[in-house]
Write a protein that binds this ligand. Structure first.
Ligand code: SAM
Ligand code: SF4
Length: 370
């Protein structure tokens, strides 16, 4: 039988493991294996990206959601949440301010808010594309139709983050109500890939009922999908959800899985998430040292941040954007890394790739010129 050291060496060399080997690695690894995995992941990320850490500015533009995911503080059943939607002007202002601060990727994230249909969103994306031609536009709006994803892509969006949450249908059914479909979520990811987005999938580490078997399935799914980004942070409970009393995912598990993802997908864009910074004061720095290479400070207006609470004790809710970027720069420099200004596309994807032409065509269509 292979030792965990052998499995890590094989993962680094072949970028793949069998389901059985993933389970063995996840269940049997020791603290020494965790350090070794982080060391190898650091070497790999340095080989591909040097000492750069990419910066993305996240604008949380609505906390209204039609869904009722059991783990999330934005779920529709949470009647205690003060709901908000940013107006187009405020949203654009967040991006303008972000641009001045050096951000060149804007991540527009929100609950699945029916008010933001294509008629409302396509012009916003097209305007951002025209106004900030040197920036990447990332969307994280949940599940939509193929037609909608296509329209947003045509308007100039480049990337889409849609965590698959879990690759096990049985586990999915324990995290979501019966009106949500595992098959649909997975289909959305393949649709996004087919359209030409840089795609991000991922899962929470330590979500309720998660087993090593489920995590192995996640790793196999990520290998199959070959996403350009992986969003993976610890599950953190929220007091007004059915999982209020559950334990949070651990730092050790999250760091180890970040290292494994780096070894499996060497060129992937991998954030050290805010959730990781929430469970440990130096969580994001440790995430970077375990193989992550992206940080995502918030550009959401200060007065709204406290209402975008997916989980309890979320950090940075009272800081302003300028303070956040300064703090992040210092944190990265303290571990010998460099926060870079720039789009930071996945290897093989660039600013060209027809985005400006697509946006111009989308604008013409909106103006009725075609
Ligand atoms: N509504 C969109 C969606 O679900 O894809 C985008 C926003 S949603 C808040 C973004 C991510 O937050 C989810 O994919 C989920 O993994 C994560 N999340 C939600 N609740 C969380 C919790 N309690 N702890 C950690 N992450 C959580
Ligand atoms: Fe809505 Fe996303 Fe939260 Fe689910 S995870 S309740 S879809 S915001």
């Amino acid at each position: 039988m292979s030792t965990t050291h052998d499995l890590l060496a094989r993962l680094e060399a072949e970028h793949a493991l069998s389901h059985r080997d993933w389970v063995g690695l996840i269940e049997n690894r020791t603290p020494d294996d965790e350090s070794h995995a982080a060391e190898r992941a650091r070497a790999v990320v340095r080989g591909v990206f040097g000492d750069a850490v990419y910066l993305r500015g996240i604008v949380e533009f609505t906390n209204v959601c039609k869904n009722d995911c059991l783990y999330c503080g934005l779920r529709r059943s949470n009647a205690g949440l003060r709901r908000y939607r940013l107006s187009d002007d405020v949203l654009l202002d967040c991006c303008r301010r972000g641009y001045e601060l050096g951000f060149r990727t804007f991540v527009l994230q929100g609950g699945e808010d029916l008010r933001f249909d294509d008629e409302r969103l396509v012009p916003v994306v097209a305007f951002l594309r025209e106004r900030f031609p040197d920036c990447a536009i990332t969307l994280s709006l949940g599940e939509r139709s193929h037609e909608s994803y296509q329209a947003l892509f045509d308007a100039g969006a480049n990337r889409y983050l849609l965590r698959h949450e879990t690759a096990s249908p049985a586990h999915y059914a324990r995290l979501h109500p019966g009106d949500m479909s595992f098959e649909h979520r997975i289909r959305c990811l393949w649709d996004l890939k087919g359209i030409g987005y840089q795609v991000g999938a991922g899962m929470m580490v330590g979500s309720p009922f998660q087993t090593a078997d489920d995590l192995a399935a996640d790793m196999l799914f990520l290998h199959e999908l070959q996403p350009q980004m992986v969003g993976m942070g610890p599950f953190v409970p929220h007091h007004a959800t059915p999982f209020a009393g559950e334990r949070a995912g651990t730092l050790a598990d999250t760091l180890f899985l970040l290292s494994c993802v780096r070894l499996m997908l060497p060129g992937v864009l991998l954030p050290a998430t805010t959730a990781l910074g929430t469970i440990a004061p130096d969580g994001r720095e440790r995430g970077i040292l375990a193989g992550a290479n992206v940080v995502m400070p918030s550009l959401t207006p200060q007065e709204r941040r406290g209402d975008y609470l997916l989980y309890d004790n979320k950090i940075c809710v009272s800081d302003d954007s300028a303070a956040c970027i300064g703090c992040m720069r210092r944190r990265m420099e303290s571990i010998g890394r460099r926060l870079v200004v720039g789009r930071g596309d996945a290897p093989g994807f660039g600013a060209g790739a027809g985005a400006r032409e697509r946006a111009a065509a989308a604008c013409r269509r909106l103006e009725g010129g075609e």
